[in-house]
Ligand binder design. Structure first.
Ligand SMILES: NC(=[NH2+])NCCC[C@H](N)C(=O)O
Ligand SMILES: O=C(O)CCC(=O)C(=O)O
Ligand SMILES: [Fe+2]
Length: 341
């Protein structure tokens, strides 16, 4: 893990920046804030900027954590029961701004029309009734390891998590591609377009609430249809890409269908999954920790836990970050629209 702990001086430097931004923007979903974030981020401490930039360019580890930001538990209040509406008059705005600015050093933040009502910043919290679903809001069931949004060609370069609360030190599980023994695996087979990947449950229309805007509503419905079509007719893709000696990965085994795969593909895939299972490491994020998971270099998941539903539950914020916003231009209504439809 690549880790930076903020110093007292860093925190003193960050505070006026956050106050300034919070005075100008009252909601983390303001598109103008997303547009300005990379410029505002230049006022972060030089050491932090250098750390994130080095992480982005050298890829020294699949996981990078910025720790030491102070989260005031009374200020942020109880963990919400659901992600819906949590961005409105959010008492966690100060934390959200810090998280957004750090993420904006690594790339451009974006969202999905089909996930958490098209919001850019998501909540990861346990939801009553979801205990056994394969969703980030589950609890009694562990969250199976995956590449974030593995099924989608526009998936992010990083999935970022900011911890607001984690009272039972529940572990986020991460496997770093750098810890795998590629020489023991059938890399060539894993580079073939032979692996069936389906969309994950977090993009299903079940949880979507309707917006007041008919154009957005129409685009969102079309987007749900595209994703449903990928469920009906799954796409076959490679599991590895990039450098054959030090590959990037994209896989979400829980949402993969192995029927019809050749014996060689299946054996190569099983070999990779077994190695990942055995080299997975747990990290219990602490309040204030901002974790940037390289979505090309790591797969990640979460251990099972018992939710409390009394306002003290584990609560993370999540951002998707891309290094190539233009790569998804045909999926977005305008050049500076961050939502993929
Ligand atoms: N194996 C999986 N991909 N499970 C679903 C992942 C969780 C999903 N990203 C969410 O927002 O809830
Ligand atoms: O809760 C965590 O630590 C990870 C969450 C996650 O992977 C997700 O929401 O997709
Ligand atoms: Fe995830």
């Amino acid at each position: 893990m690549n880790k930076l702990t903020l110093t007292e001086e860093d925190l003193e430097e960050i505070e006026p920046l956050l106050e300034d931004v919070a005075a100008r923007y009252s909601c983390i979903e303001d598109p103008d804030l997303h547009r300005r974030a990379p410029v505002l981020a230049r006022r972060l401490p030089a050491e932090l900027l250098a750390f994130l930039e080095d992480h982005r360019l050298r890829e020294p580890a699949a996981l990078c954590v910025v720790s030491g930001f102070d989260v005031d538990e009374t200020e942020i209040g109880p963990t919400p029961e659901h992600w819906q509406g949590s961005h409105i008059s959010s008492p966690a705005l100060r934390c959200e701004i810090f998280f957004l600015l750090c993420a904006s050093v690594l790339g451009d933040v974006f969202g999905w029309a089909t996930q958490q009502d098209g919001r850019i910043m998501h909540d990861v919290l346990p939801i009553k009734g979801h205990e056994h679903y394969e969703l980030g809001s589950n609890s009694l069931q562990h969250l199976s390891w995956h590449t974030e949004d593995a099924f989608h060609p526009c998936r992010g370069d990083y999935v970022a998590l900011m911890c607001l609360k984690n009272p039972d030190a529940v572990e986020t599980m991460v496997c770093d591609a750098g810890d795998l023994d590629w020489s023991a695996l059938d890399v060539d087979a894993l580079f073939e377009s032979a692996f069936t990947q389906m969309p994950d449950n977090s993009h299903l229309p079940t949880n979507s609430t309707s917006t007041g805007d008919p154009t957005i509503q129409r685009l969102r419905e079309r987007s749900f249809k595209t994703i449903e079509a990928w469920n009906a007719n799954p796409v076959e893709r490679p599991v590895l890409f990039g450098d054959r000696l030090d590959p990037y990965m994209v896989l979400d085994p829980y949402h993969m269908k192995t029927d019809g795969w050749s014996e060689r593909s299946l054996a190569a895939f099983t070999g990779l999954c077994d190695q990942i299972e055995s080299r997975m490491k747990g990290v219990a994020l602490e309040p204030g920790d901002c974790a940037f998971i390289d979505n090309f270099r790591a797969v990640h998941g979460r251990a099972a836990f018992q939710a409390r539903y009394d306002g003290t539950d584990r609560w993370l914020k999540r951002l998707n970050v891309t290094r190539n916003l233009r790569g998804s231009r045909s999926w977005r209504p305008a050049a500076d629209d961050r939502v993929i439809y």
